[in-house]
Structures are given as structure tokens and as C-alpha cells.
Design a protein around this ligand. Sequence first.
Ligand SMILES: NC(=O)c1ccc[n+]([C@@H]2O[C@H](COP(=O)([O-])OP(=O)(O)OC[C@H]3O[C@@H](n4cnc5c(N)ncnc54)[C@H](O)[C@@H]3O)[C@@H](O)[C@H]2O)c1
Length: 395
Amino acid sequence: MKDINVMVIGAGLYVCGKGTEGFGTILPAIYEWKRQTKNKGEVHCVSTSFASAKELLKKSENLSIKTGVNFDISAYPETDIKDNLHYRKLLERINKPSCAIIAVPDHLHYEVAKDCLDAGLHVLLVKPLTPTYEEGRKLVDLSDKYGLYGAVEFHKRWDRSNLILRDKIQSGELGKLLNCWIEYSQRKSIPTKFFKDWSEKTSILQYLGVHYIDIIRYATGAMPKRVMAIGQKSELVKHNINTFDAIQCLIEWEMTDGSKFTETIITSWVDPDSSSAVSDQKIKFVGTNGRYEADQKERGIRLNIDQQGVQHINPDFCMPYGTENGSIKWQGYGIDSIVTFLDDVRDIENSLKSLNDLQNERPSFKESLISTMVVEAAHRSLENDSQWELIEELI
Ligand SMILES: NC(=O)c1ccc[n+]([C@@H]2O[C@H](COP(=O)([O-])OP(=O)(O)OC[C@H]3O[C@@H](n4cnc5c(N)ncnc54)[C@H](O)[C@@H]3O)[C@@H](O)[C@H]2O)c1
């Protein structure tokens, strides 16, 4: 097996838990992948400032101690500069990486992914693919043109809870699909503190709700036909952040047999910071033969510790678990999604998998364009007095 070099662009909350006691998801996943595969390739992480590069290296040192996994990792910029385009210099400087994992704010996804594809790298982009259909389409076309693999890190496709839903739909046990309802919210500190610099440039539907647009596509294989959305601005505007506190979005989907069902997504990011989990998420799906209901916040574990209050722990997303030899192992669907991408790239580079194999099995760029279309249509609806927007008019 050829070793592969990996480039990570971004060094924020999702990459390494910047500004928190935690380690994020992408860096722990790379540690687990190294443990599993013994791949000796290089890992290069680039952000926009010396301070965040240093913080990433500190987290990495700590992860090496905790996991017992060691490998060479470099972080950039290496000198005290601030450079938003530093990743471009790296693309020219370092040994050509096989792939890039991109975790920068939503509005930069297109530009950074395009540069990586132009440089010949397979790409894993955190969700959403892009905010608009036009940008997403261009990324699909570029990856086709260069024969590169492009995927979006829609980790909920690896959540066993969603796999049960998919199986019950695919087997026909739920019957004809009628409607589904999703409630998904996060704490106020996400837009006002962690994503303060860019929360105004996205929406809660694009940043968070998009997960459950992709999951419904994945579980049903349906295509969105029309979309409407309504939203409220009361709280975040008080913090000088001009974005919706909450959005309610209705999507009409069509199955391959022509039958239709609706999805309602109620999403917000002004939950109290005292709430018992960062994310509150619930889903119900109603069919003619039955219903599926999951509380994906309350997964059965409630922890209550002095000064910390009650916490609902998600044991399935991205959790460190102790092992018999005393080291820590990270497990969960967040880890699985990134490990799968790295395995896929290694297999492509070793001619064990083809791009065609991955187009439908994975959240490829082409698959992810569907959720981007819904987000763009919902944004248009919000601008147009909540009128229905037809998906075919976007294309
Ligand atoms: N936090 C999560 O749980 C989570 C989960 C899944 C996906 N995401 C997505 O990941 C992306 C980033 O989220 P985050 O939570 O890490 O945000 P963040 O604000 O904590 O970090 C963003 C990072 O991007 C860097 N950055 C900005 N412009 C850059 C550029 N031009 N080149 C290189 N780096 C640049 C910033 O320096 C920062 O390190 C967003 O698209 C978000 O939707 C976040």
C-alpha cells in the first residue's frame, strides 16, 4: 500500500476543538486512521494565523500522549503572520498531498475546494458543499474533469440511528412515506462566540439543518421538488449579528415511484448555554405502515457532576474511550466518516477502488449538490415572503 500525505485546511473548532478543552473531530479521526492503518504519510495543517497553528500543535502533542499514536505533523503559518491565503503557498511548497480535508467557514468552501482540485488533490469538504447550486455544480464538474474524488463530510450517514431509519424505509416496512419532522438546535454561544466572525455569512439552515436534508436524501433516495421557508430575527440582531435565530423549512420530496412526502425542519441556534447538550436533535418519520421516532440528543446517558450540571452525552458521535492498555481511543460516526474518506483515497491511489464506486455510495459532491439546492431554494423563499420555490428553476 502506498502511503498518502494529507493536508488539513482550517484549525478551528471542528478540526481541533479550538477555544475549548476538547480536540474537535478531524484531528482525532486522523489519529485513529493512523492507528488503524499504520500509514506513514505526512500530515500538514494550515490555518490563517501563527496563534491557531500553535494551538493545533499543542492539541496534537496532547493527543499523541492520550492515544499513544505518534506521527509527524506540521502546522502553518510557521511565523507570526496573518495570511488568509496561506494554504495556497503550502499547495506549492510541500510534497504533493493526495488529499485535502477542508474545514473553513461555509462561504469559503467553493474557493478553497476549487484551489485544491486545481492542484490535483482529492477533497473532503465539511458540510455544506457550498451555499449555492452554481458553486456546487462547478465543483462537481471540476472533480469530474480532473478525475478526482470529492466528498462532503456528512457524518450523520454513519450514525446507526439513521441507518435504522434508512433500512426501515428501504425495506418498505414503513410503507408509503407521508411526512417527516425534524427539530435541530444549538446553543447561543455558537453564533455569538465560536462562529462570531462568520455566523452572519451563513444561516442556521445552511450550517446545521443541511445535515437532515442530506439524511432524508440518503434514507429515501428521493429528489426535492419544492421548498418554502420562514424565519425569525429577534435575538442575534441584538448582538449585531444579522442572521435568523430560527428557520422553519418545508420541503416536498418525490420518490423514484412518483409518490411524494414532506419534510419539516425546525432549526435554531439560540438555545440557552445551560442546555444539557450542544446540539438538541429529534426526528420522526411517518409512513402508511408505521412510524420511526428518535431522540438523537437523549441517547440514554445523563451525567451530573458538581459545577457542571446535567449533561446529555452523545456516545455515538466523537468520544474518547479508555482502553485496556491505558491509552484513549476515539470512536463514533464523526470518526468513521473521516476514516472512510482517508481509506477511500488510499484505495483510489492504490487502484483498489474507482471513483464510480464512490459516486452513489458516499456523500460525493454530486450527491451533496442535492442538499445545496434545497438550502439555496430556502434562502430564496426567505427573501421572497416565504413563497414556494421550485428546485427545477435553480438548475
Ligand atoms: N463545529 C462543528 O461541529 C462542525 C461540524 C461539522 C462541520 N463544520 C463546518 O466546518 C467549517 C468550519 O467550522 P469550525 O467549527 O471549524 O469553525 P471555526 O470558526 O472554529 O474555524 C474555522 C477555521 O477556518 C480557518 N480559516 C478561515 N479562512 C481560512 C482560509 N482562507 N484558509 C485556511 N483556513 C481558514 C480559521 O482560521 C479557523 O481556524 C464550517 O463550514 C462548519 O459548517 C463544523
